[in-house]
Ligand binder design. Structure first.
Ligand code: SAM
Length: 453
């Protein structure tokens, strides 16, 4: 049977989509190749959020095509996901070596299309149509198909919805992922239960705006939104120890969701709250639907319910029309919010989005300068906040050996990475560590005294 290699760009949603495609192919007998050099099928699952991500994937495919077509002409090449959706046929016009272009509502057809291409029944396939019900098709997990007896991951992603209706003026996602569509609660719970039965202890529920889950489909019950009802249902699953979700929208944090952090012990004390800007003028131009005051008020509410909550954010610098005064407000928001960490992005104009046509597009140098200044502030705050954890005892879930060295890695409930001297016997364990020291966005812990064995 053929082997497949999938390279993923972008967010956790894309990681999850790639896994579901890989699991679908593995179930049909494909093997998962360790590298593109030995694969019969090479797929790039793409991201469109910023231009740089698109250029990276295009450049990568150009290199692969040049190499593969010279030495292994029968290899099938494909683009999946967001850029495949937004560019469609254009991709094959630009890169004629590409055989498959599969949009975001068609991942479940990957095996069928690859069979046709590998058998030579079709030369090129482009499918970027919308398909009702496709949100419920991202549910296969590689872990559940494994027969090698190797230890599986302790943490898994579960896709609960697709699409976005927010239409932030900078964002391409509504064009690449379509309208919001949610899966049913029993379907999601069944998937989570199966994962828990197979050793998964932590589940992260995923959606483009996860807090919009079930807004149209699920009526509120006893003051609880569809999303909070889902959290409560997943919370019931035996064997599951931790629940997380990403990425939410600050607007989606009703009082029921804030209260859930106090009522559902498995819900981890961590929130990724994309702020985007600290200036009300910019927030309005971005169509974010909240003010700086509301945003900071939400952080206050969350910290009152869970004082140790880890709060991270996304911020865009150099949005059209952003003045030095607006940018200063973003710097001061970072100081007031005391973020544990932040992803800082330079504004990237995206095709067909309203912000791309707005006056006052910032020059590259200005975006770079603001990016560097904000990052310096974020790093200084983060460093202090990580340092404050030294001496504390924190619970971690051990994930496995660290990618960069001899230590093992675990994650606190507030979503901080902890490195410690561990071994295979620690894998998948929930254990307490004493934080000995802090680096930039990493904690170093000692589990020995607290977990004798
Ligand atoms: N749920 C998130 C929210 O509340 O907006 C959206 C997730 S988005 C895919 C990830 C992040 O990419 C956004 O929060 C935003 O900071 C950044 N982003 C989106 N479009 C961008 C653009 N055109 N230029 C720069 N950054 C962008």
């Amino acid at each position: 049977m053929p082997s497949v290699y999938i390279k993923t760009y972008g967010c956790q949603m894309n990681e999850r989509d790639s896994e579901a495609v890989a699991a679908q192919l593995a179930a049909k007998g494909y093997t998962i190749a360790a590298s593109e050099a030995v694969a019969d099928v090479i797929l790039l699952n793409t991201c469109s959020v910023r231009d740089m991500a698109e250029q990276k994937a295009i450049g990568k495919m150009q290199n692969i095509a040049a190499d593969v077509r010279r030495n292994r002409p029968d290899v099938v090449l494909g683009f999946l996901g967001c850029m495949a959706q937004s560019r469609g046929r254009q991709l094959i016009d630009q890169l004629p070596d590409v055989d498959l272009v599969l949009g975001t509502q068609k991942f479940h057809r990957a095996a069928e299309y690859l069979d046709e291409l590998l058998a030579g029944r079709r030369e090129k396939i482009i499918d970027t149509e919308s398909e009702s019900g496709s949100e419920a098709t991202i549910k296969e997990h590689l872990l559940l198909g494994r027969r090698d007896g190797a230890a599986g991951p302790v943490s898994a992603f579960v896709s609960i919805m697709q699409g976005c209706n927010q239409h932030c003026t900078f964002c391409i996602v509504p064009f690449t992922r379509g309208e919001e569509r949610s899966r049913a609660i029993p379907d999601i719970v069944a998937e989570c239960r199966q994962l828990a039965e197979n050793g998964v202890k932590e589940i992260t529920l995923l959606g483009q705006i996860v807090t919009s889950y079930g807004r149209r489909e699920i009526p509120a019950r006893e003051g609880r939104s569809g999303f909070v009802q889902l959290l409560a249902a997943v919370h019931e699953i035996e064997g599951l120890e931790r629940i997380r979700f990403t990425s939410p929208h600050p607007k989606g944090y009703g009082d029921d969701l804030v209260a859930a952090y106090g009522e559902l012990p498995k819900l981890c004390e961590s929130a990724h709250l994309p702020a985007q800007s600290g200036s009300d003028r910019m927030l309005k131009a971005m169509h974010r639907g909240y003010t700086r005051e509301k945003y900071l008020g939400l952080i206050g509410k969350l910290r009152r319910v869970q004082p140790g909550i880890g709060i991270t954010t996304d911020i865009i610098v150099g949005f059209p029309g952003e003045t030095e005064e607006d940018f200063d407000l973003t710097l001061s928001l970072a100081r007031e919010a005391q973020f544990d960490n932040a992803y800082v992005f330079k504004y990237s104009p995206r095709q067909d989005t309203p912000a791309a046509a707005m006056p006052g597009q910032a020059p590259r140098g200005l975006k770079e300068e603001r990016h560097a200044r904000l990052l310096e502030e974020i790093n200084a705050i983060g460093k202090r906040r990580y340092q404050e954890r030294v001496g504390q005892t924190m619970q971690i879930l051990v994930e496995g050996p660290s990618k960069r060295g001899p230590r093992w890695t675990g994650r606190t409930r507030c979503n901080k990475i902890v490195l410690f001297d561990g071994s295979e016997r620690h894998r998948g364990r929930l254990m307490d560590v004493r934080i000995e020291r802090a680096g930039l966005f990493t904690l170093y812990g000692d589990p020995a005294i607290l977990n004798p064995d």
